[in-house]
Design a protein around this ligand. Structure first.
Ligand code: UDP
Length: 241
């Protein structure tokens, strides 16, 4: 597959915490992390500049912690953002084991562990071929890492935002419980918003629509899916203006 020419120069890949957990449902699955880092290394080998936003739902989600009565929402969201830092650390090590130069850029200052995010530096690193992992979401409570992915994607002027999910695209209803669920090959942002398709939260979709950055939803666990997306093969669902 690696002889193919990439259709995109710079991308932003959103990896949810759930995706990192694999079948075990929580924490980080070493095999999954290994495979993801291999796929990302493959993209780097093709000369694609890669930014990554990692979620934290495999460890903590603020809304859930609040529901359990453990902490208030703001503290819970801060715990969720710190969870994304842990996932980012694991991903950085996995990439560096493959000799991929990687930067871990945090929206919250954690001096010894991460570098503070600045879009100026991120753009420099990406241009130099380094992978940038953006952690701590937007740095603000009440947001999601999907919104952080769209925000960072816009800031680094990514050609495409890729959202890795457990299913191979966007369906009109949940394919896990509906045999007759229909998959969309392409959608507009307006269709996603009007039909309330659970692609990303509304803030994230509205940001992409406003800044006209396309989104590709695909199944990261499917072999070659990521590389297929990057080389313009028919894969998952493409959402655009
Ligand atoms: N979070 C936040 N602000 C952000 C991004 C994330 O407060 O900008 C918190 C929020 O509590 C969220 C958690 O971090 O539930 C983990 O992120 P998310 O749920 O988006 O992770 P994913 O579902 O992608 O694993």
């Amino acid at each position: 597959m690696s002889d193919k020419t990439p259709s995109y120069n710079r991308i932003l890949l959103k990896l949810s915490g759930e995706a990192l957990a694999g079948g075990q449902g929580m924490g980080i699955n070493a095999d999954v992390l290994n495979k993801m880092s291999l796929d990302i290394a493959h993209l780097c080998g093709l000369g694609v500049q890669v930014g990554i936003v990692v979620g934290g739902g495999n460890i903590y989600r603020g809304a859930e912690l609040q529901k359990q009565g453990l902490v208030g929402r703001v503290t819970g969201d801060q715990m969720g953002m710190l969870a994304t830092v842990m996932n980012g650390l694991a991903m950085r090590d996995a990439l560096e084991r493959r000799n991929i130069k990687t930067r871990l850029l945090s929206a919250l200052p954690i001096g010894e562990v991460t570098e503070g995010f600045s879009s100026r530096n991120a753009n420099r690193y990406l241009t130099a071929g380094e992978v940038c992992i953006f952690v701590a979401g937007t740095g603000n409570p009440f947001f999601t890492t999907d919104t952080a992915a769209c925000l960072r994607g816009i800031e680094i002027e990514a050609d495409l935002i890729l959202k890795a999910t457990k299913v191979d695209g966007v369906y009109d209803k949940d394919p896990a419980i509906n045999d007759d669920a229909k998959k969309y090959n392409s959608l507009t942002f307006d269709e996603v918003l009007e039909q309330k398709l659970g692609v990303m939260d509304l803030t994230a979709i509205a940001l992409l629509r406003e800044h006209n950055v396309p989104l590709q939803v695909f199944d990261m666990n499917k072999n070659y899916a990521l590389i297929n997306v990057i080389t313009g093969e028919n894969e998952g669902t493409y959402v655009s203006q």
